[in-house]
Design a protein around this ligand. Structure first.
Ligand code: PEP
Ligand code: MG
Length: 320
C-alpha cells in the first residue's frame, strides 16, 4: 500500500466521488519546500516564518526576509505558498523585540497582536513578501486572529505598502482559525478574509484550556474532541456563507483518522507535514464526501475523542 501511495503521490487527490481536495505542505525553509515538492505537495499551505527571527541579536532585514521567501517560491516550481506572518510571543526570547515578561504567554501579546503593536515588524515583513516574484504565487496568512478589526487593520497596512511599491495586484489575505473567537466569528471574518486555515494545535489548546506544552495534559490534548470539531463546524459554516475556502494546517491535517472528518466538515485544503502527503492523498482517494459528511455529523454528537476515533475506524476499518 505504501509503494502504491508513493507511486500516485504526484497526482491530485480527489475523493472516490470526485471532490477535489488540495494537499499542501507545512514548511519552514527552502529545503523543506524542495522536500515537499518531491513528496507530491500541490502547494505550501503554511510557511512558518519564525525560524528566520530566532537565535539572533538583530531582526532579519527586509532584504534577508525577501531572499528567504523568494528561495521558497523558487523551490516550489510554480506552486503557490501561504506565507504566515510572524507568530511569536513572550515565550520566545527575541533580543531585538524587548517584550515584558508575561505570566501567560499563550494568552498574551503574540501573533498578529504583537505585529500590529510593533508595526515596523509587520511592515518590514509585508514589504519583503510583496517583493517576491511572481507575486501571484504568494498568499499571506495571519496567526492568532480573534476578531475582524485585526484583519481590516492589516489589510489597510498591506494595501498602503502595495500602493507605495507600485503594486496593483491584490494579494490574498487569509487568517488562521486557531482561537475559539475566530471560529465563532468566522462568518464576520469571512467578509474580509480571503481564506481560512484551521490551526488545530492552538485551536485545541484554547478550546480545551489545556496548555499545548504541558506534558501532563498531552494525552488529553486531542483535536478530535467534540468541542474542537464543533468549533470547526462553525468556522466551516461561516466560510461557506461568504464563499471562502477552509483549509487545515494544524497537526490534524497530518492524521489519517482525522482527515475524513475534516473533509466531512467542509475542509477543501489539507496542509500536512511533507512526509505524510502520499498517505494523506491515499486516504482522500478512498473515501466519499457523503460518507465523510455522515461521519462528521455523527462525530459532532459523540462526547469524547475516543468515541469519535472509534466511529471513524468502524466506518473505514482500513484506517490506522
Ligand atoms: C496551529 O496552531 O495549529 C498551527 C498550525 O500553528 P503553530 O503550530 O505554528 O502554532
Ligand atoms: Mg498556532
Amino acid at each position: 500500500a505504501r509503494a502504491a501511495a508513493l507511486a500516485s503521490a504526484h497526482a491530485a487527490a480527489t475523493t472516490a466521488d470526485g471532490v477535489r481536495i488540495e494537499i499542501a505542505a507545512n514548511i519552514a525553509t527552502p529545503a523543506d519546500a524542495r522536500e515537499a515538492v518531491k513528496l507530491g505537495a500541490e502547494a505550501v499551505g503554511l510557511l512558518r516564518t519564525e525560524l528566520l527571527f530566532l537565535d539572533r541579536t538583530t531582526a532579519p532585514t527586509e532584504a534577508e526576509q525577501r531572499a528567504d521567501y523568494q528561495a521558497v517560491i523558487d523551490a516550489l516550481e510554480g506552486r503557490s505558498a501561504i506565507i504566515r506572518t510572524l507568530d511569536v510571543g513572550a515565550d520566545k526570547e527575541l533580543p531585538y523585540i524587548p517584550m515584558p515578561a508575561e505570566e501567560n504567554p499563550a494568552l498574551g501579546l503574540r501573533g498578529i497582536r504583537l505585529c500590529l503593536a510593533r508595526e515596523a515588524l509587520l511592515t518590514e515583513q509585508l514589504r519583503a513578501i510583496l517583493a517576491v516574484k511572481p507575486l501571484a504565487a504568494v498568499k499571506i496568512m495571519l496567526p492568532m486572529v480573534t476578531d475582524l478589526a485585526e484583519i481590516t487593520e492589516t489589510r489597510a497596512v498591506l494595501d498602503r505598502l502595495a500602493a507605495e511599491m507600485g503594486i496593483s495586484e491584490r494579494v490574498q489575505l487569509g487568517v488562521m482559525i486557531e482561537t475559539p473567537s475566530a471560529a465563532v466569528l468566522a462568518d464576520q471574518l469571512a467578509r474580509e478574509a480571503d481564506f481560512f486555515s484551521v490551526g488545530t494545535n492552538d485551536l485545541t489548546q484554547y478550546a480545551l484550556c489545556m496548555d499545548r506544552v504541558n506534558a501532563a495534559l498531552a494525552a488529553r490534548l486531542d483535536g478530535l474532541h467534540p468541542a474542537v470539531l464543533r468549533l470547526m463546524a462553525q468556522a466551516a459554516e461561516g466560510a461557506a456563507r461568504h464563499g471562502r475556502w477552509l483549509g487545515v494546517c494544524g497537526a490534524m491535517a497530518s492524521d489519517p483518522v482525522a482527515v475524513p472528518l475534516l473533509i466531512g466538515l467542509g475542509v477543501t485544503e489539507l496542509s500536512a507535514s511533507p512526509a505524510v502527503i502520499p498517505e494523506i492523498k491515499a486516504v482522500v482517494r478512498r473515501v466519499t464526501l457523503a460518507e465523510c459528511q455522515a461521519a462528521a455529523r455523527a462525530a459532532l454528537q459523540l462526547s469524547s475523542p475516543e468515541a469519535i476515533r472509534a466511529h471513524v475506524k468502524a466506518t473505514w476499518p482500513w484506517l490506522d
